[in-house]
Design a protein around this ligand. Sequence first.
Ligand SMILES: Cc1cc2nc3c(=O)[nH]c(=O)nc-3n(C[C@H](O)[C@H](O)[C@H](O)COP(=O)(O)OP(=O)(O)OC[C@H]3O[C@@H](n4cnc5c(N)ncnc54)[C@H](O)[C@@H]3O)c2cc1C
Length: 408
Amino acid sequence: MVVKEDSLRGYNPRVDFDLAIIGGGLAGASLAAALAESRLRLALIERKAPAALDPEWDSRVYALTPASIAFLDRIGAWRCLEAARVTPIYAMRVFGDDGSSRLDFSAYESGVLQLAATVESGRLHHALWQGLERQRNLSLLCPAVPSELCRREDRVEIGLEDGNVVTAKLAVGADGVDSWARRAAGIEARAGSYAQLGIVGNFACARAHRHIAYQWFRRDGVLAYLPLPDRRVSMVWSTREAHARELLALTPAALCARVSEAGEEALGALEPLTPPAAFPLSCMFADRMAQGRIALIGDAGHVVHPLAGQGVNLGLGDAHSLADLLRGAPDPGDRLLLRRYERARAEDILALRWVTDGLFRLFDANHRVAARIRNFGLNLTNSNPVIKTLLARRAMGMGGGLHHKEPS
Ligand SMILES: Cc1cc2nc3c(=O)[nH]c(=O)nc-3n(C[C@H](O)[C@H](O)[C@H](O)COP(=O)(O)OP(=O)(O)OC[C@H]3O[C@@H](n4cnc5c(N)ncnc54)[C@H](O)[C@@H]3O)c2cc1C
């Protein structure tokens, strides 16, 4: 185990910081960027810098909510993205599995300019790191890997594999689902597998998508198309492992035909832009988001099913909330401050946990009653503008959880 209660021995003299962020993925990098104007001295410990930008399309594409976009804009990352690779989503169509049930959302009805915008994962990561390399209050320790952690009353000491020690008033675990920091903090997590794979791939489509995102709750899983620039879409098909393997074994032309048919030919014939990739679908929730001068953000604290497309948005929400609380805090590791952080995030995390898990179970059930309930539910929601607006606002990150105001 990595936790030690006394000082680290055998390491080089330490470097002192207010905050040590472990992991520079989207969550960790955005937290560091959000604290650029603060007086805090930051260290970012990351084992591997992002890969160089590739002109090819990234098959991992995120639909970012207006709340996430506003946060990324404020921290300077949004403007570093090439506008031609960002696609606004103006409407969303969700279909049930009885051939007639559906639920439609539109930006116009919800009173917003856009419901979300799609962006490639690699480009967003790169945009965030561009700012970090110039950030004056940040020491980028990369490549670096932590190996030991020692907790003191007023700080944590992190021993690195290269023999250096980093000392900070607060350590933030932003190191993904297999978080070293979470284990070092002694925070338990509940994990489960959906026995499904998510297949992702990008396609060129014969018909214009008109900036509409599509989702089909099918008997064999959940299929989603996210719009990309021009006549391109990014697909995520969450489906049982055997079916996923069958899809992956198809020739590119046969896979295009299968995806197009499963998507009710909504966008006409498809052509492959990227080879399909698969990833196992699981969920994980840490019992706590903070404990003893260690806080968790992003996948280190929670992993949700991608059917709601909210994994990244939730992680950005953590970074936003924690940054707002830390700015100007005399002691970033203060117990009460960390309690406030946990409370601020509890509602969003719980709501998404229920929604993704509930939808998964409802649509995974092959029972006739379950089928009636889910399709009836879609139609009922579609016919009720109040519920629809509430749902849309929540999905856009405009409802729920406590948001901390910036100190003026
Ligand atoms: C194939 C795939 C497709 C996905 N598609 C979607 C999607 O469509 N929509 C969506 O919302 N979400 C999606 N997700 C989830 C989304 O990618 C994650 O929610 C998001 O990347 C989490 O960001 P993070 O910064 O918390 O963690 P990560 O992206 O996992 O970043 C963790 C960082 O920590 C570093 N690190 C880890 N351990 C250490 C260590 N010991 N020392 C130093 N550094 C360390 C890693 O190198 C990495 O840079 C997908 C995930 C996968 C795997």
